[in-house]
Ligand binder design. Structure first.
Ligand SMILES: [Zn+2]
Ligand SMILES: [Zn+2]
Length: 173
């Protein structure tokens, strides 16, 4: 799914991406269909404005209890794609400048070719929560016996309070 700058007409061009071959599936499992739309608009010789939306559902693993849970993806994004062919030094300077108070993401390309799949995969990661929890009040795993405290109530906490050797005793039984 590569689009060359010269394939984009002045009035813009919309892409509806139905296959999910671009999905970063090794790390994240999509559940059901993923809908992706990208609109590209030419803004001069070396600039393309990209607007997109991504809707779907993924299966994640909870950071606390390690159980799987489903998380909805609903991401809208705008990226200013700029062709940078004047050397790395300028690229760095511009990148720094772009970070200051700019609301729109700027992405520099080394050739006039847009990889839609890579952009979508990146947006999947950006839309995921930094802390992946099955629920806000997930109780997590017991650090002593490993029980999922959302499901079972182990007595480790009580035992540990009574004696530091209580767990050892329990294991010897
Ligand atoms: Zn959890
Ligand atoms: Zn326990």
């Amino acid at each position: 799914m590569q689009v060359r700058f010269d394939e984009i007409p002045a009035e813009g061009r919309e892409f509806e991406i139905k296959d999910t071959s671009w999905f970063p599936a090794e790390e994240i499992q999509p559940i059901g269909p993923v809908q992706a739309r990208i609109f590209l608009e030419r803004r001069g010789e070396d600039r393309v404005f990209l607007q997109g939306a991504l809707v779907g559902q993924v299966r994640l693993i909870c950071d606390r209890c390690l159980e799987e849970f489903d998380c909805r993806l609903d991401q809208e994004f705008r990226i200013d794609l700029e062709l940078a062919d004047q050397g790395a030094a300028l690229l760095d300077a511009e990148a720094e400048h772009a970070c200051q108070g700019s609301e729109m993401d700027v992405m520099f390309l080394t050739e006039p070719l847009i990889g839609l799949g890579g952009i979508l995969a990146q947006q999947v990661f950006l839309s995921l929560p930094a802390k992946r929890l099955c629920s806000e009040d997930c109780q997590g795993l017991c650090p002593h016996c490993g029980a999922n405290r959302n499901i079972v109530r182990c007595d480790c906490h009580e035992a540990a309070k009574n004696s530091p050797f209580a767990i050892l005793k329990k294991l010897q039984h």
